[in-house]
Design a protein around this ligand. Structure first.
Ligand code: AGP
Length: 608
């Protein structure tokens, strides 16, 4: 959602703050700012738009301070203007904030009644004034923060610096991640280890409700009852993942092409390549044979991975699955049998809606397993079991390699469940595992069809609406293709069950409406062919994604045919995800869109 960095350094730190923020831009990037202590006074520099605008300002007027905080923003309250950019400040302090202060209106009214004057539309500014008002009552900075935190409702992470205090940094977390970085005579604060990777690999993660008082030599941790607590420091590998685009133009392109490697790496983590069997790299606190229902909940692309996983759990493990969009799940107040399983899926592991679904399931005495790409994330740390995807950091806001790695883990879990429930024979398991082991090569094969997709993109870029169709696991994949396309090209796109077309959406079909059909050679192939002919009969502009020569079998005029490698149908979703990703990518590139950081979006949405 937003990114926070704080540094108590030995030399000028303004550009170090920017360096840390660069690794947090994926969390939000509509404005940015720093607050640095210069001669005991707080100097703020903020800029609307991308981080490079802030960097330009700092180059024009360099800051020499050695203590400060920085922030990159995804706007929740108040437009993405310089005036609403963080840090927010008063005469005593500056503060940066990730998350939402849910009771900010009443606090703002209370503080305004006390004569405090606000300069922005943000919820964050109430924190600055609240702590300042408490310091005006002769509290120290530490005492004022301790007294202010219980007044704040909502999920947030905060970082403070104080006028005249060149060796003091205070951080607090509730629901949004925050970590301390330990340097040599320096101390850091950051939203995650990636932000701190340029400075240190020794990290301490704050637990939910913690706050911390830092100086250059020490870190004192307190829990939400303000009791001193110990938190352990750990070595992190985030530095090893220092990401760059390699020889690709965008992170998204790099991540699309990393999929053969990262799917393979994830498979190797879950499959005994010697025996050809699934071997989960963790114990389970439950017996699949005794699970009556599996609930799945996630958001966006992770949710669509879960939709595909539902087919596999029900088909391979005969396990009833209910799946919900996380932002809706807990409002349904689903009755849940204690001892059943909730599976949450999240690339970032910080999505607030998904975390809320996890917590509801825990209250309902479910065993909670998470499929996450960040093992140190909040969702991972609140789960009973963590099934990691080994996709490596995914920087492009549009999720690609994390999606196919989520599918990898879900397929392995479904096979393990089928075996445990006695409904999957050893022979069938080996057959399925053999198919999975072939996936990286098939994905690499699918990636070779980029040229026809680039040509198609030039056509699609003229469209205002696009329809994706699919059956079986190709139906959630059709929705994923539509999500990819709309979120980076801004073209309206919908994914629909192919069989549902005739129940309404077929009214949309004419020659201006591209219809992209996922048509793997699966048990429903003939029915999908009929749907294609229904579209053709109405002059629709058809894009066929299917096995080599599928166009001849369907015998209709098409806008394009994208040939996929012949493969067994069980796991076609892995391979057919590739053209869906490439179509979105190349269309957005043709249209000159900001592929890695699309407008209005953020990589991790840590507010509900
Ligand atoms: C996917 O391309 C989107 N960026 C978005 O839908 C994303 O999948 C969703 O916000 C969930 O994020 P998570 O996997 O980090 O929980």
């Amino acid at each position: 959602m937003c990114g926070i960095v704080g540094i108590l350094g030995r030399e000028a730190i303004a550009f170090d703050l920017v360096e840390g923020l660069k690794r947090l831009e994926y969390r939000g990037y509509d404005s940015a700012g720093v607050a640095v202590l210069e001669g005991g006074e707080i100097t703020r520099v903020r800029a609307e738009g991308k981080l490079k605008n802030l960097e330009a300002k700092l180059r024009e007027a360099p800051l020499s301070g050695r203590a400060g905080i920085g922030h990159t923003r995804w706007a929740t309250h108040g437009k993405p203007t310089e005036n609403n950019a963080h840090p927010h400040a008063t005469e005593r302090l500056a503060v940066v904030h990730n998350g939402i202060i849910e009771n900010f209106r009443e606090l703002r009214e209370e503080l305004q009644a006390e004569g405090r004057v606000f300069a922005s539309e943000t919820d964050t500014e109430v924190v600055a004034h609240l702590v300042t008002a408490l310091m005006d009552k002769q509290m120290s900075a530490e005492e004022a923060v301790a007294a202010a935190l219980p007044r704040l409702h909502g999920a947030f992470a905060l970082g403070f610096v104080f006028r005249g205090e060149d060796n003091l940094l205070i951080g607090a977390r509730r629901g949004a991640p925050l970590a301390v970085g330990h340097g040599d005579g320096e101390m850091y604060l950051g939203s995650d280890a990636l932000a701190l990777a340029p400075f240190t690999d020794t990290i301490t993660y704050l637990e939910d409700g913690d706050w911390v008082v830092l100086n250059r030599a020490s870190a004192r941790y307190f829990n939400e009852k303000n009791q001193p607590v110990k938190r352990k420091a750990q070595k992190t590998q985030a530095g090893a993942f220092l990401v760059d685009k390699g020889n690709h133009r965008h992170f998204m392109a790099k991540e699309i092409h990393e999929q053969p490697e990262v799917i393979g790496r994830t498979l190797a983590h879950y499959i005994d390549m010697g025996t050809g069997e699934v071997r989960l790299p963790f114990g389970l606190p439950f017996d699949w044979a005794k699970v009556g229902r599996l609930s799945i909940s996630a958001c966006g692309t992770a949710y669509l991975a879960g939709q595909i996983g539902k087919y596999w759990f029900e088909r391979l493990a005969r396990l009833p699955v209910e799946i919900d969009i996380a932002s809706e799940f807990r409002y349904r107040e689903a009755p849940m049998t204690p001892g059943d399983v909730m599976l949450v899926i999240s690339q970032s592991g910080e999505t607030a809606d998904t975390l809320a679904a996890l917590r509801y399931a825990k209250d309902q005495k479910q065993h909670v397993m998470s499929v996450v790409n960040v093992p140190t994330s909040t969702i991972a740390r609140e789960s009973h079991v963590v099934a990691g995807t080994l996709a490596g950091p995914e920087i492009g806001v549009a999720s690609t390699k994390a999606f196919t790695c989520q599918l990898t883990v879900l397929a392995c879990l479904a096979i393990a469940a089928g075996r445990a429930r006695g409904v999957l024979s050893g022979r069938r398991e080996k057959e399925l595992v053999t198919q999975l082991i072939a996936i990286p090569g098939l994905v690499a094969e699918a990636l070779k069809h980029e040229a026809p997709i680039e040509a198609l993109a030039r056509e699609l870029s003229k469209a205002t609406d696009v329809l994706y169709l699919g059956r079986g696991t190709s139906f959630p994949l059709a929705m994923e293709g539509a999500l990819k396309l709309k979120e980076i090209s801004y073209i309206h796109a919908e994914g629909y069950a192919a069989g549902e077309l005739k129940h309404g959406p077929i009214a949309l079909i004419d020659e201006t409406m591209p219809v992209i059909v996922m048509a793997p050679r699966d048990p429903w192939f003939e029915k999908t062919v009929s749907n294609v002919q229904e579209v053709a009969a109405r002059g629709g502009a058809i894009v066929l994604i299917g096995p080599e020569g599928v166009g001849r079998e369907v015998a209709v005029d098409t806008l394009a045919e994208i040939a996929m490698p012949e493969m067994a149908p069980d796991f076609s979703a892995f391979v057919y995800a590739i053209p869906a990703q490439l179509i979105a990518y190349h269309t957005a590139v043709v249209m000159g869109k900001d592929v890695d950081q699309p407008r209005n979006l953020a990589k991790s949405v840590t507010v509900e």
